[in-house]
Design a protein around this ligand. Structure first.
Ligand code: SF4
Length: 69
């Protein structure tokens, strides 16, 4: 079965830099010098889908969404 590609959508204005996402899924969610989230690549690497979703759902600001790419 082919897995559906997912991508991350970030609402930077909503991010308050709690870093929960990066704690849960550091391979996808990075924090810049100001503690604001960014991703190197919006496409979720294969095998990281569940962790990426978990990280997004754990964001207290709802600043992250994982959607079909
Ligand atoms: S969990 Fe949310 S508020 Fe915290 S750094 Fe990640 S995106 Fe920003």
């Amino acid at each position: 079965m082919m897995s559906q590609k997912l991508k991350i959508v970030i609402d930077k204005a909503a991010c308050c830099g709690y870093g929960v996402c990066a704690e849960i899924c550091p391979d996808v969610y990075k924090l810049d010098a100001n503690g604001i989230v960014y991703v190197d690549d919006a496409i979720v690497p294969e095998g990281m889908e569940d962790l990426a979703r978990e990280g997004a759902e754990a964001c207290p600001q709802a600043a992250l969404a994982v959607v079909d790419a």
